[in-house]
Ligand binder design. Structure first.
Ligand code: ZN
Length: 200
């Protein structure tokens, strides 16, 4: 068990595509434990392989109440097999300390992945709940996509990035997502809570 260093925005590692995990070896088990330790130590709700410099298709999530018991979840070689609806939410990321901005997400997602024993499982996350948003956020990391790419307003994002000494939004990576934006505006589905907010 150890806490690993989190790769910060600006590093090229975060833009690379991660590789499938062919065997759930001891090394992968240790990596998953370290990722959970690192996530808890930084009070995050999710962490993906590239964020600790490992370009492997693995992420961890815990969306349980920080005051209650832990509920660590490990996703290996995940695939999003269903997605629909749209919401906007105020999101952050452990690779972007203190940066929050409104992004577009699907409302409902179904993910299929392997657990640490190599057993397949399917999780359905609905209604824009934290789990649904976290799955989409962490899954993106495995493809080199970052939450600011989903920004509803890149100028707002640039402002908060600059305030925290981070590089601006990269225009080449910006996602337009008109189909999501249309639903968000029509349904006025905006979640105000900050994701990955610290307990204090
Ligand atoms: Zn992130």
């Amino acid at each position: 068990m150890s806490i690993r260093k989190i790769v910060k925005y600006g590093s090229d590692v975060l833009r690379q595509k991660s590789k499938e995990i062919s065997k759930i070896s001891k090394k992968i088990q240790v990596l998953a434990e370290d990722m959970l330790d690192t996530m808890y130590a930084n009070r995050g709700v999710g962490l993906a392989g590239p964020q600790v410099g490992e370009l492997l298709r693995i992420f961890v999530i815990d969306v349980s109440d920080p005051k209650g018991p832990c509920n660590p979840m490990v996703f290996i070689n995940p695939k999003i097999i269903k997605k629909d609806g749209a919401i906007a939410c105020n999101e952050g990321c452990l690779s972007f300390p203190d940066v929050y901005t409104y992004v577009r997400r699907y409302k409902n997602v179904t993910v299929k992945a392997l657990d640490l024993k190599g057993k397949p499982f399917i999780i359905e996350a609905k209604d824009g709940e934290l789990l649904s948003r976290a799955i989409q956020h962490e899954f993106d990391h495995l493809n080199g996509v970052l939450f600011v790419d989903h920004s509803r307003n890149r100028f707002d994002a640039d402002k908060v990035l600059a305030e925290n000494g981070l590089p601006p939004v990269q225009a080449d990576y910006l996602l337009e997502e008109p189909e999501l934006e249309e639903i968000i505006v029509r349904e006025n589905s905006v979640i105000e809570d900050k994701m990955e907010e610290n307990e204090e």
